[in-house]
Write a protein that binds this ligand. Structure first.
Ligand code: OGA
Ligand code: MN
Length: 223
C-alpha cells in the first residue's frame, strides 16, 4: 500500500531542487552561481510586494563604510536596508526557502552552514556600493553570500549591475543585471564585488550563511 504523504507544507519542491543542484554544482566548480528567473515567482512577487510597501522608517541607513579610512574618506555605500526577522508571513517564507537551500548545500558540499541573516536593500537613484568582500579569509563568520533581485523590466540604461570579480586581481568581472527573481550565490571570502550606480530604485535581498562558531563577538566585516 502506498502511503499518502502531504507535501503541501514542504518548504521546497522539485523545481527548487533543480535550482539547488545547479547552485551546488556551480559553487563546487567555480565558487559562484548566477541564476536568471530562478527564485519561485510567487515568492519573488510576495517579497517585492513586501519590500515596496515598507515605509521609509523601516529602512536603516547602511553603516557608512569607509575604505582606507586613514588615507582618505571614500564613501563606499549608500543603500538603505531592513533586516528580515521572520515576523511576517513573507519573511517566514523567504527564511524557510533559504533554510532549504542551506540544508541542500550542507548535504552536498559539506559547508557546515549553520545560521542565516538577510535584509532587504533599497538602492535609490544614484546609489551604489563600491568593490568589497563580504568576509575576510581567516574569519569564521560569513561563508556564503546570496543576493536575490526583485526588479521588473530592468533596462541596460537603468545601471545598478552587480559586478562579480572572480579573483582579487580581476579588473573586468562579470556583470549581472538585477532582474526580477535572479539568484546569485558566491563564496563570501573569494569574490570581491560591487554594485554600479543605479539610475532607478533597485530592490534586492542580500543574505549570508555562517558556520556555528563559538568565537567571542568580533567586529562585523563590511557587508
Ligand atoms: C551586499 C551586496 C549586492 C547587491 O549587500 O553586500 O554586495 O547587488 N549587495 O545588492
Ligand atoms: Mn556584498
Amino acid at each position: 500500500m502506498t502511503a499518502i504523504v502531504d507535501l503541501s507544507n514542504d518548504s521546497y519542491n522539485q523545481n527548487d531542487e533543480i535550482l539547488f543542484a545547479r547552485i551546488s554544482n556551480n559553487l563546487a566548480r567555480k565558487g559562484y552561481s548566477v541564476n536568471v528567473n530562478a527564485l519561485p515567482f510567487d515568492l519573488a512577487d510576495r517579497l517585492y510586494q513586501h519590500v515596496s510597501s515598507l515605509s521609509d522608517e523601516s529602512f536603516e541607513e547602511a553603516a557608512i563604510g569607509r575604505k582606507n579610512e586613514h588615507i582618505k574618506n571614500v564613501f563606499v555605500r549608500s543603500q538603505k536596508l531592513s533586516w528580515i526577522l521572520g515576523d511576517s508571513v513573507t519573511g517566514k517564507l523567504w527564511l524557510s526557502w533559504a533554510d532549504a537551500l542551506q540544508t541542500y548545500l550542507n548535504q552536498h558540499l559539506f559547508l557546515g552552514l549553520f545560521s542565516f541573516e538577510s535584509h532587504y536593500a533599497r538602492f535609490s537613484t544614484g546609489d551604489f556600493y563600491a568593490r568589497h568582500y563580504d568576509a575576510f579569509k581567516g574569519e569564521t563568520s560569513r561563508i556564503l553570500s546570496i543576493v536575490v533581485y526583485l526588479n521588473q523590466n530592468w533596462l541596460p540604461a537603468d545601471g545598478g549591475e552587480l559586478v562579480l570579480y572572480k579573483t582579487d586581481d580581476d579588473k573586468i568581472g562579470l556583470q549581472v543585471t538585477p532582474s526580477f527573481a535572479t539568484v546569485v550565490v558566491f563564496l563570501s571570502t573569494e569574490l570581491p564585488h560591487e554594485v554600479l550606480r543605479t539610475q532607478r530604485d533597485r530592490y534586492s535581498i542580500a543574505g549570508w550563511f555562517s558556520p556555528n562558531t563559538t568565537t567571542a563577538s568580533r567586529v562585523d566585516p563590511p557587508r
